[in-house]
Design a protein around this ligand. Structure first.
Ligand SMILES: [Mg+2]
Length: 374
């Protein structure tokens, strides 16, 4: 492959409804789309999922734009490969979402050049993935019940609700009462608690949750291990696992049984595969794939990751219409009647990016000069 172009396009997409987590509310989502192009004109697309503020991660759209244009592009040789990319940018510490934006665009490009769907290209084993829905914090429990019942009707096979202090045991109790033990239910705290809140988790432990996601600090592994010793519900880590090293430490300490792998959080699909091969391949433990309110572009990469053999739970990958009125890809991602999303057989991420629309929507756009090479 001979790379000849790297382009960044910032767009803003409005969510259908406000999404609230323990960090705050999101109404409009900024996204930096990354487009790479090789000599023959074939292209690859991906998305930087950093937000406006450093809430989920320290990265923001502004830092990602800066790091890609000022530091990553300069390392990007024209003979780069998706697998070789991490070594080229290893001098840059952190900034996984910025790195992942470029890395995943290279994976898409390579898969297209090989005329293969991305999911097959990375070793995926299933042509449909189990789709779960992530439900933000609701203004009332009545509203929560309404929203959840709507998603169950649409066919989602698992419900995850966001929790925060003061909005935790009650919503879970209410959902169990309304929908029974049969509902696949889990909670995500986005690191909103400390180990001194252990009684909240002892209480949640009574409700047959599939897992409790990231209850404690975003850099913590030690207190999670302590908490794990006191409850039966499996702990799932999200924010605390930034790379394979964190996964190994989590295993040695006993911090979690499950990992929600978000490819952008760990630097891209290469590190996703490494974590998968350790956690599932060596330990036999399950993972699943989380999302960051991606547009249809980023969603394509998530779908590919969710076809890996170690993905044993429903992933937070829902239909385009869950978040957006109109997507920027064609066809939009849709939910099958059986609560799955099909992994497309077309090359790359398997959907066409509506580039005219994307360019019309662009708040800014930049073609970044590449390093010379090889
Ligand atoms: Mg999470």
């Amino acid at each position: 492959m001979e790379l000849r172009k790297l382009e960044l396009i910032e767009v803003r997409v409005r969510l259908r409804s406000e999404f609230e987590t323990s960090f705050g509310k999101t109404v409009e989502r900024p996204a930096i789309l990354v487009r790479v192009e090789e000599k023959g004109g074939e292209e690859g697309w991906a998305e930087v999922v950093a937000d406006e503020g450093p809430w989920y991660s320290y990265e923001t759209n502004e830092t990602a734009w800066l790091v890609i244009t000022k530091f990553i592009a300069g390392q990007l040789r024209t003979d780069v490969s998706a697998r070789g990319f991490p070594a080229l940018v290893s001098r840059i510490r952190g900034h996984n979402m910025a790195k992942a934006g470029v890395e995943m665009a290279l994976w898409d490009l390579e898969a297209r050049l090989n005329s293969r769907p991305l999911w097959r290209y990375i070793g995926g084993v299933r042509d449909r993935i189990l789709s779960g829905v992530s439900v933000g914090i609701q203004p009332s429990l009545e509203q929560l019940v309404r929203v959840v019942s709507g998603y169950i009707e649409e066919g989602y096979g698992r419900v995850k609700i966001k929790i925060k202090p003061g909005y935790d045991v009650e919503p879970v109790r209410r959902l169990r009462k309304e929908f029974g033990e049969g509902l696949r239910l889990q909670v995500d705290a986005n690191a909103a608690y400390t180990i001194s809140d252990i009684d909240v988790f002892r209480e949640l432990d009574k409700y047959g949750l599939l897992m409790i996601e990231q209850p404690l600090g975003w850099r913590d592994l030690v207190d999670h291990a302590e908490l794990a010793r006191h409850i039966r519900t499996p702990i799932c880590l999200d924010e605390s696992v930034q790379d394979l090293g964190d996964a190994k430490a989590a295993y040695l300490l006993g911090s979690a049984l499950i990992i929600n792998v978000k490819p952008p959080r760990v630097g891209g699909l290469g590190e996703t595969l490494r974590i998968h091969d350790f956690w599932y391949g060596q330990l036999g433990r399950p993972i699943w794939i989380g999302g960051m309110l991606e547009t249809g572009v980023g969603r394509g990469h998530l779908v590919a990751a969710a076809t890996l053999p170690g993905v044993k739970y429903h992933s937070d990958i829902s239909a385009s219409s869950r978040y957006y009125e109109e997507d920027i890809v064609e066809p939009p991602w849709t939910l099958n009647k059986d609560g799955t999303i099909s992994a497309p057989e077309r090359p790359g991420i398997g959907v066409e990016v509506l580039s005219d629309k994307v360019y019309r929507m662009a708040k800014r756009r930049l073609e970044v000069p590449l390093a010379q090479g090889p």
